[in-house]
Design a protein around this ligand. Structure first.
Ligand code: NDP
Length: 246
């Protein structure tokens, strides 16, 4: 990891993939501001990170609220001195067939997954530009490339995240800020535990590596993308799906 750059924000990091990313970065010596709408779980994750031997701070923030996002970035800079890495992980699903999908289900998913990623990236980029360094990693999904039945809202939001990643990468490259995305396939978390058994069986049958992914599979790739080894990579989407998407 970088000697000089040590401070990360991970959104939606109370549990699941976000918590795994936060712990992975901590294990590499990075201080992590963990952020989520879940207060109690968040404090617990922050404690676990501190026990790894780096600084951690829980900041409750809803990524759809501009004032929460600005407070999150401001607090990070005030307490840690800078924001060097931003991992836009907060995301939800509200599955329904397109003809039955309510406007609320559409708006909620687009707001959290896409608008939230935009607001956090914008606020962080303003700080990163001052330091002429930054690494942003967005959680997309293979759904955003393939489209998924029952997930018109989710797939559209993740396709948007991919386009947002490329647009920010083109704008911020000259400031030494890279912006990349990871597109997970079927990963075992609270988000996927609620899928119908038939859907899970179909996924497993279609994955060439014959297993579901783990949050750690994703955390490893995020850790690579913010490391010096990836300093010449920007605007890319890394497919981490065990071959579900080839
Ligand atoms: P989880 O539901 O386990 O965790 C997501 C976290 O984000 C939760 O703690 C959730 O809180 C939080 N969150 C929700 N809304 C907001 C908000 N408005 N502001 C801040 N935090 C919020 O999901 P995963 O760990 O599985 O997913 C993490 C990311 O990876 C998501 O972007 C997801 O789309 C993506 N992904 C996951 C895949 C999988 O198979 N699991 C596959 C492809 C992509 P709360 O519980 O209150 O909603």
């Amino acid at each position: 990891m970088y000697e000089k750059y040590k401070n990360a924000v991970v959104t939606g990091s109370a549990r699941g993939i976000g918590a795994a990313i936060a712990k992975k970065l901590a294990s590499k010596g990075i201080n992590v501001v963990v952020s989520d709408v879940l207060d109690e779980e968040l404090r617990q994750t922050a404690k676990e990170i501190e026990s790894i031997g780096v600084k951690s701070l829980p900041v409750k923030a809803d990524v759809t609220k501009k004032e929460d996002v600005e407070k999150l970035i401001k607090t990070t800079v005030e307490k840690f001195g800078s924001i060097d890495f931003l991992i836009n992980n907060a995301g939800i699903t509200r599955d329904n067939l397109s003809v039955r999908m309510t406007e609320e289900e559409w708006d909620m998913v687009l707001n959290i997954n896409l608008k939230g990623t935009f607001l956090c990236s914008q606020a962080a980029a303003i700080e990163m530009m001052k330091n002429k360094f930054g690494r942003i990693v967005n959680l997309a999904s293979i759904s955003g490339i393939l489209g998924t039945p029952g997930q018109a809202n989710y797939a559209s939001s993740k396709a948007g995240v991919i386009a947002l990643t490329k647009s920010f990468a083109r704008e911020l490259g000259k400031r030494n800020i890279t912006v990349n995305a990871v597109a997970p396939g079927y990963i075992l978390t609270d988000m996927t535990v609620k899928l119908p058994d038939k859907v899970k069986e179909d996924y497993l049958a279609s994955i060439p590596l014959k297993r579901a992914g783990t949050p750690d599979d994703i955390a490893e790739v995020v850790s690579f993308l913010i490391s010096p080894s990836a300093s010449y990579i920007t605007g890319t989407v890394i497919n981490v799906s065990g071959g579900l998407l080839i």
